[in-house]
Design a protein around this ligand. Structure first.
Ligand code: UD1
Length: 315
């Protein structure tokens, strides 16, 4: 795909979506954003020349209208969080599965390519690490089910309708603009807040669980590549650095950055949690020429700096 296309980003006012909007604009593309502001914030798009539409991905009439002239759709709108989905599986199902199907149909009818934000949660607790895209999916939570269903819809639409589609599997994306004010916020957002406010980090379980934490600018760049490059329809591609950091390591890194020991408190394990997550990143390199640019420590430093500026508090 050449430069200067019209893209639609669902969930574009959200954390990852707003970074993706920025990446698209800096590559000379035009951006329309659809967001219901359930978890996104219009202020995330401040200073960006985007066409913002407030609305829901389940509104078919609206979708048909805003799909006009769109070359490619990034479908990022979703209700995130494993524990939220355990508490209210129907809400996750309706937003994420009904949502992806409606957007797919509208994108197909508009002749647009679609890239879907999948999740490493699809792998579940496979013993083998790193996790590669050929492994069978084993969702452990309703959230993971919704993300797997979305992937499968994109694969079926590629097969049945010949629609160009691609799936990027994100691995615990973190960085500036990730919300830290909800019980469902990601662990790095929450722990940065705790560190800055002099609170303890509440570790669910022993803290030895590990994640392939991916800095948001890398995730956004890889997602744009999945749109710009010709990839076989319905291809699933891990987007991550291929490393694994435990929660205890995360707290030590925060302690170093803050110049003092950040306290921890162990609390109960989380139902539906995955113990270890680490991506095989060979396919992203082969198909997209994608490699992360930020190390975990660089990303964490930038993230903590951002939270410090946003919410000044003693570190
Ligand atoms: C999962 C997906 C991730 C997806 C995200 C969407 C996996 C491996 N990852 O993230 O790709 O983007 O859902 O929401 O499935 N924790 C604490 N204390 C806290 C918060 C979290 O100890 O206050 C622990 C959790 O129990 C978990 C780890 O930190 O072991 C990461 O949790 P979280 O940041 O919520 O992300 P995942 O559920 O791993």
């Amino acid at each position: 795909m050449s430069e200067g296309k019209q893209f639609l980003i669902t969930g574009g006012a959200g954390f990852i979506g707003s970074h993706l909007a920025q990446a698209c604009l800096s590559h000379g593309h035009r951006v329309r954003v659809l967001d219901n502001l359930a978890t996104g914030l219009e202020s995330n798009l401040e200073g960006m020349d985007v066409d913002f539409v407030q609305g829901d991905v389940r509104d078919e009439a609206l979708l048909t209208r805003i799909m006009q002239g769109v070359d490619g759709v990034f479908h990022l709108a979703a209700l995130p969080s494993v524990p939220r989905s355990v508490k209210d599986p129907y809400a996750s199902h309706d937003n994420n599965i009904t949502g992806v199907l409606k957007v797919l149909i509208a994108a197909r009818d508009a002749g647009a390519k679609m890239v879907f934000a999948g999740s490493s949660s699809a792998y579940g607790d496979t013993e083998v690490l790193p996790k590669n895209e050929d492994m069978p999916v084993r969702p452990l939570s309703p959230y993971a089910v919704t993300k797997v269903a979305g992937e499968q819809y994109l694969q079926v639409f590629a097969r049945v309708y010949g629609m160009p589609t691609a799936i990027v599997r994100y691995f615990n994306v973190f960085g500036p603009r990730q919300r830290n004010d909800s019980p469902y916020s990601g662990v790095i957002a929450k722990f940065c807040r705790a560190a800055l406010e002099g609170e303890v980090c509440k570790i669910e379980g022993d803290g030895l669980q590990s994640r392939d934490f991916t800095y948001v600018a890398d995730a956004a760049r890889g997602t744009l590549l999945a749109m710009e490059k010709e990839v076989p329809g319905g291809e699933v591609i891990n987007l991550a650095g291929g490393n694994r950091i435990s929660l205890l390591d995360l707290v030590s890194s925060l302690s170093k950055l803050c110049g003092r020991e950040v306290g921890i408190q162990h609390v109960a394990d989380r139902p539906g949690d995955v113990k270890h997550s680490q991506a095989d990143v060979n396919k992203a390199l082969r198909l997209l020429g994608f490699e992360t640019e930020y190390s975990f420590d660089e990303g964490l430093e930038k993230t903590l700096e951002w939270y410090k500026k946003e919410h000044p508090a003693p570190c």
